[in-house]
Design a binder for this molecule. Structure first.
Ligand code: G3P
Length: 502
């Protein structure tokens, strides 16, 4: 086997960390995966332990390499992809986090959002950063840590603390940590903080001041595909170039080869995220989508996107499993749902973190409506899956309204696309074809692509496009009148979740 025949991607996700080795055709060679603890200290709070995440990342890299009998000599580059927005603040001298990572789903910073919105409304920064004020993004989470961890603000102002999403945390550790680790992020992750100017791709010092976050904490913003540094000599992958970073949804866009203007993908994971490529144009949504960076390859121009972010889809199934004990394992939901022919009139609106796109209602909380004595757990299971499809339809409507050119099919990926019944229902509710590619691990693949491009392992995006292949297509079979009836009921259910927070 020749040297450096493979690329390894590290996918640091919301529920687990994975390492996947890919070959030159984009096929998976081996995988390591480990879940980390979800910490819920109070209602609305969601945390992860950054040190556990870093330990798991090292372990899964080892697993992936050893399963395929590979060493660092076989690996041409490392790509990183990550859960976005989740905020880690650590001490650059000790390497220790000052607090747990505050996860993207966490809503504790609602009072800060309200306070900042008092002067100029929720959209006061949107022109510059593409995002509304919301608990979702990193900005208010960093502020919370500085305001609430004893001594943190003084240490930050003295230049002792660093901030990063989990991409920065991993890259800093991977490249040496306290022994010269690089403190960087890429444009896609930076575009989720509320602090990055979309046009110049630089930190906005005025907004940082409004939040009381020192510029010295912020990582240097890099492109998504370039050599940032090499892995430290203390690590298994020592001296391998770290050459790609993409937030996980942007990575899936890359892995789906959605490079052209107008291309789109929808990823069904913990949440669901539809990304619509707008090319070099920064498009401002008038229908509840956010504007984000899709990717930037080296020093070429950035590519932008509109995004419809849905906070809860797969995590609703986890909730039925972990909090209600209704199922033993997530795949069981499909069997339960398939035992009935419809939802029995039940709708579940999983507004656990408020509602994101297109509503942006942080005052919303989850609801199960339409209950009668007839309803059983099969209907609840079905309604839980259908909630994913209904939410995606709302986002697709917003994309179509913003772009003026309706999408004619939707490329899908992520864990839930293995669920055939859900994908058929998705096509039915959208009224357009739903298409699954052969490689559904698009998130890790996208990170591998970005890293591989930077080291010349692949030539360009045209070459990557040739690797995309269709696996399965679902075509709508539902009558239009039934589709409209279902959406009417869903929309009514959504309104029942509003105004729930005092
Ligand atoms: O914005 C949050 C998103 O990046 C998390 O993705 O796949 O970990 O649910 P996932």
């Amino acid at each position: 086997m020749p040297d450096q025949s493979y690329i390894i991607a590290i996918d640091q996700g919301t529920t687990s960390s994975r390492a996947i080795v890919f070959d030159h055709d984009g096929n998976i060679v081996s995988t390591g995966q480990k879940e980390h603890e979800q910490i819920f200290p109070r209602a609305g709070w969601v945390e992860h332990d950054p040190e556990e995440i870093w330990t798991n990342v090292r372990e899964v890299v080892g697993t992936a390499l050893s399963k395929a009998n590979l060493t660092r000599h076989d690996i041409a580059a490392v790509g990183i992809t990550n859960q976005r927005e989740t905020a880690v603040v650590w001490d650059k001298t000790t390497g220790k986090p000052v607090y747990n990572a505050i996860v993207w789903q966490d809503t504790r910073t609602q009072p800060t959002v309200n306070e900042l919105a008092n002067d100029g409304g929720l959209d006061r920064y949107k022109d510059r950063v593409g995002l509304p004020l919301a608990t979702y993004f990193s900005g208010t989470k960093i502020k919370w840590i500085l305001d609430n961890v004893e001594g943190a603000r003084e240490r930050a102002e003295a230049g002792d603390l660093l901030f990063g999403n989990t991409d920065s945390w991993i890259v800093w550790n991977l490249t040496g940590g306290t022994d010269g680790g690089v403190h960087i992020t890429d444009v896609t992750n930076a575009s989720r903080t509320l602090f990055m100017n979309l046009d110049s791709l630089t930190w906005n010092e005025d907004i940082l001041k409004d939040f009381g976050v020192p510029l010295s904490m912020m990582p240097e913003i890099k492109s998504s595909s370039e050599v940032y540094g090499t892995v430290h000599t203390s690590q298994l992958l020592r001296e391998t170039p770290v050459a790609g970073i993409l937030g996980d949804q942007q990575a899936a866009t890359f892995g789906q080869a959605a490079f052209g203007q107008g291309a789109a993908k929808n990823t069904y994971g913990t949440g669901c995220f539809l990304i619509f490529n707008t090319g070099e144009e920064i498009v401002r949504s008038e229908n509840g989508l956010i504007t984000t960076v899709a990717y930037q390859i080296g020093d070429s121009k950035p590519v932008y996107a509109l995004e419809g972010s849905i906070a809860v889809t797969g995590s609703l199934v986890q909730w039925l499993r972990d909090n209600l004990g209704m199922i033993q394992s997530a795949p069981e939901i499909e069997r339960l749902a398939n035992e009935v022919t419809d939802n029995g009139g039940v709708y579940i609106v999983p507004a656990f973190s408020g509602l994101f796109a297109p509503h942006w209602r942080s005052d919303a909380r989850g609801a199960i409506v339409g209950l009668t004595r007839f309803v059983n757990k099969n209907h609840i299971a079905r309604a839980a899956l259908e909630a994913t499809a209904f939410q995606t339809r709302e986002v697709l409507d917003a994309v179509n309204a913003d772009s003026g050119v309706p999408l004619t099919e939707l490329r899908v990926d992520g864990g839930m696309v293995a669920n055939e019944a859900l994908m058929q229902f998705q096509a039915d509710i959208l009224g357009v074809d739903v298409v699954r590619p052969k490689i559904v691990e698009t998130t890790a693949l996208g990170a591998a692509y970005a890293a591989g491009l930077a080291v010349g392992y692949w030539n360009d995006t045209d070459e990557l496009e040739t690797k995309w292949a269709e696996d399965k297509r679902w075509t709508p079979q539902m009558e239009d009148s039934e589709r409209q009836r279902q959406m009417r009921l869903w929309s009514k259910a959504v309104t029942r979740t509003f105004d729930w927070v005092d």
